[in-house]
Design a binder for this molecule. Structure first.
Ligand SMILES: *[C@@H]1O[C@H](CO)[C@@H](O)[C@H](O)[C@H]1NC(C)=O
Ligand SMILES: *[C@@H]1O[C@H](CO)[C@@H](O)[C@H](O)[C@H]1NC(C)=O
Ligand SMILES: *[C@@H]1O[C@H](CO)[C@@H](O)[C@H](O)[C@H]1NC(C)=O
Ligand SMILES: *[C@@H]1O[C@H](CO)[C@@H](O)[C@H](O)[C@H]1NC(C)=O
Ligand SMILES: *[C@@H]1O[C@H](CO)[C@@H](O)[C@H](O)[C@H]1NC(C)=O
Ligand SMILES: *[C@@H]1O[C@H](CO)[C@@H](O)[C@H](O)[C@H]1NC(C)=O
Ligand SMILES: *[C@@H]1O[C@H](CO)[C@@H](O)[C@H](O)[C@H]1NC(C)=O
Ligand SMILES: *[C@@H]1O[C@H](CO)[C@@H](O)[C@H](O)[C@H]1NC(C)=O
Length: 899
């Protein structure tokens, strides 16, 4: 099992332990060392690094061992997180043992039933191991036990009834296992119980209605089970409750008014159940309430003003329920409120101005309600808002100029309202705006302010379905991070500025405007121009810009290409005469293929270029649209199935350097690596380049990881691991031959019939060479969520940048989560969420997809190893990231580790 890294970790650990333990006094020579044989046997079995086998009589000074009495009996063994394995049943002979902590090791098999003999034991912690058995009923004999922690193992079966004899139990933790059956009623009779956590199991039935009635319950955490029925009044009876977490169950009934008994309750989380009724007014008596989360239930009634009495309330999430009425004025008194989330309810009335008085508010989500009235002018005074989500309401009036004061905003959603007037230029002052600016489906008019161009971090801009007029200002080219744009269904006119993110967008992003022309629309701006001369001038200017984008390295070709482009324009004009419009799509009849080749001799007969071109004109053949291209599935008459990639107009530059492109393609076609998706041919007509690849029947890695809802989840860790290794090998090879990939993402990793991974979109990397000047790279930010942090400063895609993006793919593979997702919380993406795990008090292992990690030990161990590689790859500092070659080695090592 142990790889080099693991061994050295153990060494360090041993050193630390020696330093810690060395200071303990040596054992006094005692008359009776009755536990000596047991400790010697244990030393042999567990090989604890600093337990000195040459001096067995000193066992009382061994690290983690505490003795007492004249006979040197062992009272405590504390060996948490020592990477131990082996048999621990001999411990049951330490008859005076009061405390045993073996948490966070690698013990497996069953929990020794002989532990029932440890009559003196008060504290038993076996959590975070790999025990895979039922809970032995003999544990019920440990009558003195006060604390039992068996969480995070692979325990299964029901909670044994014999444990009811553990009447002194104060803390019972059995979460993170695979326990079934229901919660036994005797748990409610444990008079000393303070902590009961059994979350993340398969528990069914109801929560016993005596739970908490006789005890001093402080923490009750049962989330992610299959519990049904009501929340029993009893849990609030003693009034000592501090934490109640019941999320993701099937609970119905309403929140009992007795919740008001619990003044010390700080965290109340009951989201994702089937709760009904309203929130009781007594919630105002819960003066310590900090965190109230009840989203995705069937709660109704009004939002009670009594929440305002909970002065420490930080988060209030009532989203996706049936709340009606208005938002109480009084909530404005909540000075500590940071997140107010009430989206997807039936709330009405004016936009609650009072809530803006909550000075610490960072997220205000009022979306999907029926709020009306206008936006207050002082919307952003003193504001710390990062998320302002007001979409899908009935808000009218103008967007106040004061919106510019919301300087910290990351996301602004105002779509689907009745907003009128102009887009205020002050919006350009929100320099942090990053995730989205959405003003679509309103009644906004007037020009697009050129100040929008200052939003250089913005990824998604949607102003569609308004009455905006005038040109799209060329200043918008300052929006260097844009990936998605939508200007459709307005009254915009003139030339679409030549800017990668615009030309890479689908036509539909610009359609439905009055007089808009240029790429990617089919309407040449010349069509609106009165003179042919003006038309030529205009195109010349555009080509200069395009050439500037391609970069200085190509300047020698400028003259040649301008001549070539003029030639091609004339040809195009002639063709335009023959074009026919069918349902908005231009059907070229017939396309004149100017160049084409198949690199692989044996396939030459099987490929028909005309057929390929025709197939790409049918939307029904479309498989996907990437940042740079649209892909079609095309069956050749010969039976060969191809994937045909149509390069979008930004890449028309390459058409004018056909020779260079053809050389590059042929070179890529000759690349010999099993994990690279190499082109098998190409065809060029007009200004379109088609790249031919073998069709990949099993889609992309992204599709595999997000297996569609409704389909059975397949525990496929070995497949995922071999995909990870394949991609790493492909990328290492690319780096070896000095090619930097520009868009590593799970959506660009394709799977063949045997689920071998092939890295796609390599052509892009070659055709838009990042070494050819910074302009070309700024158009290529990669995919959202995969972009390395240093990119913001360097604007260069680099080898370590590739490693980072690959690390994100690894994280997706291990966690089954999206690289960017709201669930991570504000300002968080997958990388931050995983790196901050310990900061949130969570273990790294909890980040892994439990549907995989709980299947076998070997899988879990491999996943941990891969997760560690992913953490290295996504280090903030580029220099700390490993080379792809090392990554391959580490992944292979993880794979061999089958224990
Ligand atoms: C110590 O051991 C002796 C001999 O086994 C036994 O008689 C005595 O009771 C023990 N003392 C304690 C305090 O356990
Ligand atoms: C196990 O539970 C006990 C009692 O609640 C607690 O003190 C201990 O820290 C837990 N162990 C781990 C590893 O969290
Ligand atoms: C709640 O669920 C229980 C058991 O599933 C069912 O018997 C009961 O009728 C439900 N109550 C309500 C109010 O829906
Ligand atoms: C709890 O809240 C209710 C309703 O707001 C109120 O009438 C009652 O006096 C409060 N009880 C306590 C003990 O504070
Ligand atoms: C609010 O939180 C502060 C800081 O944690 C604490 O000192 C105070 O007692 C809390 N207030 C209430 C009413 O619980
Ligand atoms: C791909 O096309 C769909 C509609 O066909 C659109 O919703 C989506 O935004 C497009 N994605 C990209 C990256 O262009
Ligand atoms: C993977 O591709 C093979 C070959 O076409 C096919 O038989 C299989 O059903 C595919 N599997 C999935 C999960 O799509
Ligand atoms: C968990 O237990 C259920 C039966 O209760 C069983 O079907 C399932 O396979 C178990 N899951 C794991 C990961 O052991």
């Amino acid at each position: 099992m142990r790889g080099g890294a693991m061994a050295s970790l153990r060494c360090c650990f041993a050193l630390v332990m020696v330093l810690l333990c060395g200071s303990q006094p040596a054992a006094a020579a005692a008359s009776q060392l009755q536990d000596r044989p047991t400790m010697v046997a244990l030393q042999r079995e567990l090989m604890v690094v600093d337990w000195d086998p040459n001096n067995p009589s000193s066992y009382c000074s061994w690290c983690g061992v505490t003795c007492a009495g004249p006979n040197q009996t062992v009272e405590a063994v504390d060996l948490p997180r020592h990477n131990l394995r082996g048999s621990i049943s001999s411990i049951s002979e330490l008859s005076s043992l009061k405390r045993l902590d073996l948490s966070g090791n690698s013990f497996h098999g069953s929990i020794p039933s002989s532990f029932g003999n440890l009559a003196m034991l008060e504290f038993l912690d076996l959590s975070m191991n790999k025990f895979e058995s039922w809970i032995p009923s003999s544990l019920g004999r440990i009558r003195n036990l006060k604390s039992l922690n068996l969480s995070n193992n692979f325990l299964w079966g029901e909670i044994p009834d014999e444990l009811k004899k553990l009447e002194r139990l104060q803390e019972l933790q059995i979460s993170g296992n695979n326990l079934s059956g229901s919660i036994p009623a005797w748990v409610g009779s444990l008079t000393d119980l303070r902590v009961f956590s059994a979350y993340e199991n398969n528990l069914v039935g109801v929560i016993p209605d005596n739970l908490g009635s006789v005890s001093q319950l402080e923490v009750l955490n049962l989330h992610s089970n299959l519990l049904e029925g009501a929340i029993p009044e009893s849990v609030f009876m003693s009034g000592k409750l501090q934490v109640l977490v019941l999320t993701v169950n099937r609970l119905n009934g309403s929140l009992p008014a007795s919740v008001g008994n619990c003044k010390g309750l700080s965290s109340l989380r009951i989201g994702n159940n089937r709760l009904v009724g309203s929130i009781p007014a007594s919630i105002g008596n819960v003066s310590s309430l900090t965190y109230f989360e009840a989203d995705s239930n069937h709660l109704s009634g009004e939002i009670v003003p009594e929440f305002a009495q909970c002065s420490n309330l930080t988060l209030l999430n009532l989203a996706s329920n049936g709340f009606t009425g208005t938002i109480p004025e009084k909530l404005g008194e909540l000075k500590n409120l940071q997140e107010f989330i009430v989206s997807d309810n039936g709330l009405t009335g004016e936009l609650p101005k009072s809530i803006l008085r909550c000075r610490n508010l960072s997220k205000l989500d009022l979306s999907y309600n029926r709020f009306k009235g206008s936006l207050p002018a002082d919307l952003c005074n003193m504001s710390r808002l990062q998320f302002l989500l007001l979409d899908h309401n009935s808000i009218s009036g103008e967007i106040p100029r004061g919106i510019g004061n919301c300087a910290r905003l990351l996301e602004l959603q105002m779509g689907r309202n009745y907003l009128t007037g102009n887009i205020p230029p002050e919006i350009g002052k929100i320099k942090n705006l990053q995730i989205a600016l959405n003003l679509s489906f309103n009644h906004l008019r007037g020009p697009l302010p050129q100040e929008l161009g200052r939003l250089d971090k913005l990824v998604s801009l949607d102003v569609s379905n308004n009455q905006l007029s005038g040109d799209i200002p060329s200043e918008l080219k300052g929006m260097l991070s844009l990936i998605e744009v939508n200007f459709s269904d307005n009254q915009l006119t003139g030339q679409i500025p030549i800017f990668g993110p615009f030309q890479k967008s689908p036509r539909s992003s610009f359609s439905g405007n009055k007089d808009l022309c240029g790429d990617p629309l089919d309407f040449n701006c010349g069509d609106y121009s009165s003179s042919v001369a003006g038309y030529d001038d205009h195109r010349k200017v555009s080509y200069k810009i395009i050439l500037a984008v391609v970069g200085s390295g190509l300047s020698v070709f400028t003259t040649v290409s301008v001549v070539a482009s003029l030639f091609m324009l004339r040809e195009k004009q002639e063709m335009d005469g023959k074009d026919t419009m069918v349902a908005g799509e231009v059907v070229v009849t017939p396309p004149h293929i100017t160049a084409g080749n198949v690199f692989i001799e044996s396939l030459k007969q099987a490929i028909d270029f005309d057929g390929a071109v025709k197939a790409t004109l049918k939307n029904s053949n479309k498989v996907s649209n990437g940042t740079f291209s649209t892909t079609y599935k095309v069956a050749m008459p010969s039976g060969l199935v191809l994937s045909v990639k149509k390069l979008k107009s930004v890449d028309r530059t390459v058409v004018h350097h056909q020779n260079k492109m053809i050389r590059e393609l042929e070179r890529l076609g000759n690349l010999c690596h099993a994990n690279l998706m190499r082109p098998i041919g190409y065809a060029i007509y007009e200004d379109v380049a088609l790249l031919l690849h073998h069709y990949m029947p099993n889609g992309t890695l992204a599709q595999l990881l997000r297996n569609k809802i409704g389909t059975e989840f397949e525990p496929d860790w070995p497949r995922r691991l071999s995909i990870a290794i394949g991609v790493a090998e492909g990328l290492a090879y690319l780096h070896h031959i000095a090619i930097i990939h520009l868009d590593i993402s799970s959506g660009n990793i394709f799977l063949d019939a045997n689920f071998n991974a092939l890295i796609g979109e390599i052509e892009i990397s070659k055709l838009l060479d990042p070494s050819k000047g910074p302009a070309s790279i700024s158009a290529v930010a990669g995919s959202f969520g995969y972009i390395p942090p240093e990119y913001a400063y360097t604007m260069r895609v680099t080898v370590p940048g590739n490693v980072y993006s690959f690390g994100v793919v690894l994280l997706e593979i291990v966690t089954s989560r999206l690289p960017v997702d709201e669930v991570f919380g504000e300002g968080m993406d997958l990388v931050k969420w995983v790196h901050n795990a310990s900061g949130r008090g969570e273990f790294l292992e909890q980040m892994m997809d439990a549907r995989l990690s709980a299947v076998t030990f070997a899988w879990r161990k491999q996943m941990v190893a891969v997760l560690k590689v992913a953490m290295l790859c996504t280090e903030d500092t580029p220099a700390k990231r490993p080379k792809m070659k090392q990554v391959v080695e580490m992944l292979l090592e993880a794979k061999e580790d089958q224990m």
